[in-house]
Design a protein around this ligand. Structure first.
Ligand code: B12
Ligand code: SF4
Length: 694
């Protein structure tokens, strides 16, 4: 039996920008489909030689050739051609909601070209819409529901021997005799995850390029949030691999691929504190035995299943990232959606992680059917409040009613299909006319493309607020926090901005909104709004002006000598040469010096501690901003002495001339001769990579 396992396409990044081959391989490596690689390993253990096809790779290849004149205009026909030349008895497609229409269309192509082969679906989406899928799409022969390590080998064997399918638990199939859809009882869960073979990563070559290697830590979350599908999928049965097994797997990855950074897959790793401690201790022990075996990793947790002590231990054991599903900043909504987090504690946990340098994804959602404007304000507040921590990365999605979840079942007759906006369930996949027709025709299958009814909220307002917060966070993080703190709630600022932009002719139709917010026009317009409209009525005009000036300098290219160099002159590198009196110094490219009307560090301290901004004293301070790779910036508030030195360097003075200027201006450093003070100050600025020998 020749088996082909095919991943669900999930790589939305390819559509956004030109992605080179190496970058694409890295993205694909990070998206390695752990589920089907686990299945492939099980089949290999049974003596089969399955092949794995990565639909992300096929999609990437299609995008690469789609500019050519003879290219296929549609990804599905391209993928269809790809499979047409391959001969398998069994095509098994993995599925997720976001790419389900595309997957079904490719599967139909495969059935057309391979009518004798079995076309099978598995994974989280097909598992919950099994019966309706088989009814609506005759090209699909059967669906394997839930975890499939036990079912798939039995199924392959049964199909190979033409044995009846009725005895195989965990499948839903179309009976040959009468076309009836038969849903067999569920298969047992995999009780001992340690007993599974190591996933067949060797069948997925791109994995060697990834920065964070995906490894399964366990399965099953015992909680019952009403919007969540993954709890039910693993039947709320919490399981973990043993620390010894995990450490062995991590060492094996390091030995095979040279990668020591991991994305540990489990929806809720920290349910059992003792086992988290055991895992961390096993990692620390491993590192003690061989310092080369120091691993770093990320995981998912609930904020009420970690405490500061545990976070500290996790950090010591190499944890560098935690995904926290906070979902809503509203106490009332926490209860309604059965999440039940105590929000003050959640905020505290984000702070604890920041303290131990663990990055947190603070994941929030809006657009729940019961949500009111007050709830939305609380969620927006939680989002912006978390910006005070440098290691926090808030996220805001609009609820996608995932099939099979309590929330989508409850509102199934009131779902709204009003656009194809890329929300939680629709990330990056081009929606072809055919996809749209499928979605419109089958809300029961594609519910995640619909919105929940929102009797208390304006949908367009919600979407624009989401775009505003996400783009605002990226473009002017500290200013957004300052405005929120000054005004009391960022939603008030957003409403003022909406009014101002409409009054100033910045209008857009529905589809252009996301584009506008993603482009540089938005931050530039917004800073104009802050200066012209917000600051005159602000309680803390000095602090907000300083923040706006700072963000404007980061955004613009015209605010410093460094930028002039960067645009017009060859790149300067500093040498190790010692300074002589004739040495002439210049600002390094990418360095800007700006002046602010208040102490920037004091503003940041107050933002972090939630202290008022209105009584910040007026004081001229200078900041040196140095662009560093990866688009971020290093910011230093300069002492008056450094500020003057930097000005003189920027003006092209020699060391001797700078000393002369200091003497002329009577600038003194108590107890140090002026020439020595200048030399020492210049050396420090060189070390800080702000200036270099010209
Ligand atoms: C890692 C992950 C991702 C990675 C993708 C990595 C990849 N290529 O697989 C990234 C971060 C990209 C991602 C993105 C999204 N994800 Co995601 N993701 C996960 C996560 C946390 C782990 C997946 C995993 O490895 N599981 C472990 C393996 C062992 O389980 P498995 O994949 O389900 O496979 C088993 C079975 O399903 C079955 N099986 C799977 N495939 C097949 C195929 C055949 C033929 C057979 C027989 C059986 C079978 O057997 C496997 C072994 O038992 C799951 C949650 C979870 N715990 O599973 C969510 C999950 C899959 N994601 C989900 C969602 C909604 C998304 C997004 C749409 C969300 C978003 N915010 O945008 C995006 C999609 C992006 C896009 N452009 O399309 C949902 C899917 C729900 C649904 N009904 O489809 C899940 C279940 C989480 C949830 N919220 O409920 N995700
Ligand atoms: S805690 Fe997370 S994984 Fe568990 S049910 Fe809630 S949302 Fe789902």
């Amino acid at each position: 039996m020749k088996v082909c396992l095919i991943s669900a396409p999930t790589a939305n990044q390819f559509d956004r920008r030109a992605v080179g081959e190496a970058e694409a391989a890295r993205i694909m490596g990070e998206l390695a489909p752990v589920g089907i690689l686990s299945l492939a390993a099980v089949l290999e253990a049974k003596g089969l030689q399955p092949e794995v096809v990565d639909l992300n790779r096929v999609y990437y290849d299609w995008l690469q050739q789609s500019n050519r004149s003879n290219a296929k205009a549609d990804f599905c026909s391209f993928a269809g051609d790809y499979f047409a030349g391959r001969d398998f008895d069994f095509f098994g497609f993995s599925t997720v909601c976001s790419s389900y229409p595309v997957t079904l269309r490719i599967a139909a192509e495969v059935k057309r070209t391979h009518p004798q082969s079995a076309v099978v679906l598995g994974g989280p989406q097909a598992s919950v819409v099994d019966v309706s899928t088989l009814r609506a799409y005759p090209s699909i022969d059967l669906v394997v529901r839930g975890e499939a390590e036990q079912t798939l080998p039995d199924l392959v064997e049964a199909l190979a021997g033409d044995r009846p399918l009725a005895a195989i638990p965990g499948i839903t199939f179309r009976r040959k005799e009468d076309g009836e859809i038969v849903r067999n009882p569920a298969a047992p869960l995999v009780a001992d995850l340690d007993a599974l073979p190591f996933p067949a990563f060797h069948l997925f070559p791109d994995v060697r390029y990834c920065r964070h290697f995906p490894l399964e830590l366990g399965r099953g979350c015992p909680f019952s949030c009403t919007f969540c599908s993954t709890n039910d999928f693993f039947r709320r049965n919490f399981r973990l691999k043993s620390p010894a097994q995990m450490v062995a797997d991590m060492r094996r990855v390091k030995q095979t691929y040279g990668i020591n950074s991991f994305e540990l897959v489990h929806d809720m790793f920290t349910v059992d504190r003792k086992r988290v401690v055991a895992f961390c201790e096993a990692l620390l022990e491993c590192k003690r035995k061989d310092p080369e075996d120091a691993f770093i990793w990320g995981c998912s947790a609930r904020t009420d299943c970690v405490d500061e002590e545990l976070i500290e231990l996790m950090s010591k054991a190499g944890c560098r990232g935690i995904f926290f599903g906070i979902e809503t900043g509203s106490k009332r909504m926490q209860k309604i959606i059965d999440k039940g987090l105590e929000l003050n504690d959640s905020a505290e946990r984000v702070r604890s992680c920041d303290k131990f340098k663990i990055n947190t994804a603070v994941s929030l959602m809006a657009g729940f059917p019961d949500e009111t404007m007050d709830d939305l304000r609380d969620t927006a507040a939680f989002f912006v409040d978390s910006l005070r921590y440098d290691h926090a990365d808030p996220q805001l999605s609009i609820l996608a009613p995932l099939a099979g979840t309590p929330i989508s079942t409850q509102h199934k007759d009131a779902l709204v299909l009003n656009d194809n906006v890329a929300d939680m369930s629709y990330r990056g996949w081009r929606q072809e006319i055919e996809d749209h027709a499928m979605i419109a025709g089958h809300p029961e299958i594609f519910s995640s493309f619909y919105s929940a009814p929102l009797p208390h909220l304006d949908r367009e307002f919600l979407k624009e607020l989401r775009d505003f917060l996400l783009s605002g966070m990226r473009a002017f993080r500290k200013l957004l926090l300052g405005l929120h703190q000054d005004s009391g709630n960022v939603v008030d600022v957003f409403q003022q901005w909406q009014e101002w932009r409409a009054g100033n002719g910045i209008q857009f139709s529905n589809g252009d909104r996301t584009v506008y917010y993603a482009q540089s026009a938005f931050p530039a317009d917004f800073i104009r709004f802050v200066r012209l409209r917000y600051i005159p009525a602000s309680k803390a005009p000095l602090a907000i002006t300083a923040l706006a000036d700072y963000e404007a300098a980061l955004l613009s290219g015209d605010s410093g000598h460094g930028q002039e160099q960067a645009s017009g002159e060859p790149v300067l590198q500093d040498s190790d040469d010692l300074l002589s009196p004739d040495s002439r110094l210049r600002l390094l490219p990418g360095v800007k010096v700006i002046q602010l009307p208040a102490d920037y560090h004091e503003i940041l301290r107050r933002l972090r501690q939630r202290r008022p901004l209105h009584d910040i004293p007026g004081q001229q301070v200078k900041l040196a901003i140095r662009s560093v790779p990866a688009g971020s910036a290093e910011v230093r508030q300069l002492t008056p002495l450094s500020a003057q030195l930097l000005d003189l360097c920027a003006d092209g003075f020699t060391v001797q001339e700078i000393t002369g200027e200091f003497l002329l201006r009577n600038i003194e450093v108590p107890g140090v001769p002026v020439s020595k003070a200048c030399l020492a100050g210049i050396e420090i600025l060189r070390q800080q990579r702000l200036i270099a020998l010209a």
